[in-house]
Design a protein around this ligand. Structure first.
Ligand SMILES: [Mg+2]
Length: 270
């Protein structure tokens, strides 16, 4: 039921009947950092009990689908590998579809991203004297001036320039935030004078890949970030539900307006 401010204060179980499939964001909805969000597992179980397709859809390319399956299994929720879509998987598709297989590449992202692309690219260390035809930005925790310089030189020289997403921050435990991929790619864009092709939500590469798995019609996307989750859903004709356990903690000013607002994923189970 919708309250005056649009928040589903109590049960949102009716959404399980209204929609045919569910796409669910991870960071800020299912967990924050290492900690599962209270009630998230119950919400996922309610979706599973509905018998309808679900897909966990994350801009965080650092997660391997196996890791997502294992972490949720520890919490008591069984998930199939095919029910996880990360930006690293979308990057693999992009590389194959755009003839970049075998390209020398700079990966400004955690080793877990590079490992998932290592069979498709010639990954090069970012050192002076090296160059690349493919530059991919992620949440590069080793970011420094020299890596920025190398990446910008390659992009200026004509390398394909991609970013896993443009999320400026990543929500973690205890209300904390870490600099996100958007912070890294902003620096490379500034230094190179070029704009990156963005793979993750709300952009089409990830939204289309998701829709190919669970459909275009009567799908509800549940996420904590208006600019990626809700905008991405709208872009391909899905409805969007904002979940208030992550980044957007107040529903005072929301544009675009989500179709539903849930205090947590647990509302699906109430
Ligand atoms: Mg999120």
């Amino acid at each position: 039921m919708s309250a005056q401010n649009g928040t589903e204060l109590g049960s949102a179980a009716h959404l399980l009947e209204e929609y045919d499939a569910f796409a669910i964001d991870l960071d800020g909805v299912v967990w924050r950092g290492e900690v599962l969000i209270p009630g998230a597992i119950e919400g996922l179980k309610a979706i599973r009990a509905s018998g309808k397709p679900l897909l966990l859809l994350t801009n965080n390319g650092g997660y391997h689908p196996n890791e997502v399956v294992e972490r949720l299994a520890e919490g008591g929720f069984e998930l199939a590998l095919e029910e996880v879509l990360t930006t690293s998987l979308v990057a693999r598709e992009w590389i194959l579809q755009n003839g970049m297989k075998g390209a020398p590449a700079f990966i400004l992202a955690p080793p877990t991203v590079a490992a998932q692309l290592a069979d498709l690219l010639k990954i090069r260390y970012l050192e002076t004297g090296q160059t690349a035809d493919f530059v991919l930005c992620g949440r590069d925790t080793d970011f420094n001036y020299n890596r920025l310089r190398m990446a910008a030189d390659a992009v200026r020289g004509g390398a394909s320039f991609l970013s896993l997403n443009k999320d400026p921050v990543m929500p973690v435990e205890n209300g904390g935030m870490l600099p996100g991929t958007g912070s890294i790619v902003a620096a490379v864009e500034a230094a190179s004078g070029k704009q990156a092709t963005v793979l993750g939500k709300p952009e089409e590469p990830m939204m289309k890949a998701a829709a190919e798995r669970i459909g275009y019609n009567k799908v509800l996307m549940l996420g904590d970030r208006l600019e990626s989750d809700i905008v991405g859903a709208k872009r391909i004709g899905w409805d969007g539900a904002l979940v208030l356990t992550g980044l957007t903690v107040s529903d005072a000013v929301l544009d675009p307006r989500p179709d539903h607002i849930l205090t947590s994923l647990q509302a699906l189970a109430l």
